[in-house]
Design a protein around this ligand. Structure first.
Ligand SMILES: C[S@@+](CC[C@H](N)C(=O)[O-])C[C@H]1O[C@@H](n2cnc3c(N)ncnc32)[C@H](O)[C@@H]1O
Length: 347
């Protein structure tokens, strides 16, 4: 006889192990276009197979498997409907998980299958599988770059309200978003801060996406996108330099190099703002957040043991110090993200 606690734990552990299959099921549904096909209209597996081209029986089983997870419901007539939770897989839902599913269905998910090798050797699974670093790969693959940027944008959408609640950007007339991707943060920021102008700096592959975005938002007079390498040179003279989800992509030395490039560009009164998860924050109930733990493994798979990682507040402070900066204010947000504002170190 297994005691009830052990029984419960063993059952839960199995569900964690099967999590990979659940993730693949969601990714497959997105790749097939199931969420869009179910938007606003319940359909049977046969109808979906007709429309999307899958195998009707296999598709029915895929959908049925998603029902206990709350993604779809199955009606008594055998049709499937998307739930409000499942609607987050639609590309148009604010904060959509759609591009993230596409990333996980592709290169990123593949690197996770190599985690054992990474843990045994410290090598980057991405480098091993694709022969280059993630951002070099994206420079060569414009369609993947676009998906990556949309995934970043959607993730950031979930964070922005709490960032804007915590920080007043009005005091910074000119802001540079270093590694600002397709300009999603900057466009949102300028929309909420009418007195500021902005510059988005990123690798050449994403500059056309940022230019398009800036034009669509009607911000061409207040914002420019520039191609650059943040290890070499960052647009000088701005009042604020933002590094949003940048430092976690890099190990100690490279992260310090990025900060030093920013320091070289900063005027005396300038400020630098790091927006990143911290691993030492807890929920309101005092429980450690799960996302930083998972993201740390994500970084480990992509960049290897000497590369990107999530950090504690103290580790960020040490990083800033190594680059000649000191934190002026650190705000930890309810989601476990930190916004650290830093200035040149005076001591
Ligand atoms: C994790 S994404 C963060 C994007 C955005 N800041 C955000 O918060 O969503 C990292 C960004 O750094 C950019 N990046 C990587 N290497 C770079 C380099 N050497 N110079 C400039 N940007 C770079 C990538 O292209 C990518 O847009």
């Amino acid at each position: 006889m297994i005691d009830p606690t052990t029984h419960d734990h063993a059952t839960q552990m199995r569900m964690l192990l099967y999590g990979q299959l659940v993730s693949r099921t969601l990714c497959t549904a997105v790749r097939l276009g199931v969420p869009e096909a179910l938007a606003g209209q319940a359909r049977s597996a046969d109808e979906l197979a007709d429309q999307l081209g899958g195998h009707p029986v296999a598709l029915g089983r895929l959908l049925r498997a998603l029902a206990p997870f709350g993604v779809v419901t199955e009606g008594s007539d055998g049709t499937f409907a998307l739930t409000a939770f499942g609607s987050t897989l639609l590309p148009t839902t604010p904060g959509t998980a759609h591009p993230t599913a596409l990333l996980l269905a592709g290169e990123v998910g593949r690197t996770w299958t190599d985690l054992e090798h990474t843990v045994r050797t410290g090598e980057s699974a991405f480098q091993r599988q694709f022969g280059c670093q993630l951002f070099d790969h994206l420079e060569q693959q414009p369609d993947r770059r676009e998906v990556f940027d949309r995934s970043q944008e959607a993730g950031l959408r979930l964070e922005l309200d709490e960032v804007f609640d915590a920080v007043g950007f009005e005091r910074y007339p000119w802001i540079v978003d270093v590694g600002g991707g397709n300009g999603h943060l900057m466009c949102e920021l300028l929309g909420r801060t009418p007195g500021s102008t902005g510059t988005v700096l990123d690798l050449p592959g994403t500059v056309p996406l940022a230019e398009k975005r800036i034009a669509e938002e009607g911000l061409t007079r207040r914002c420019t996108a520039v191609a650059g390498d943040f290890f070499a040179h960052v647009t000088p003279g701005a009042d604020l330099y933002i590094l949003s989800h940048i430092l976690h992509d890099w190990g100690q030395d490279r992260a310090t190099d990025i900060l030093r490039t920013c320091v070289a560009a900063m005027p005396e009164h300038g400020r630098l703002m790091v927006i990143d998860l911290v691993t030492d924050a807890t929920t309101a109930e005092g429980v450690p957040h799960r996302l930083p733990a998972v993201m740390d493994l994500y970084m480990l798979s992509l960049f290897g043991a000497a590369g990107g990682r999530e950090r504690t507040r103290a580790e960020f402070a040490a990083l800033l110090c190594a680059a000649g900066l000191e934190s002026e204010e650190t705000k930890v947000l309810p989601s476990g993200m930190a916004v650290i504002t830093a200035r040149r170190r005076t001591r």
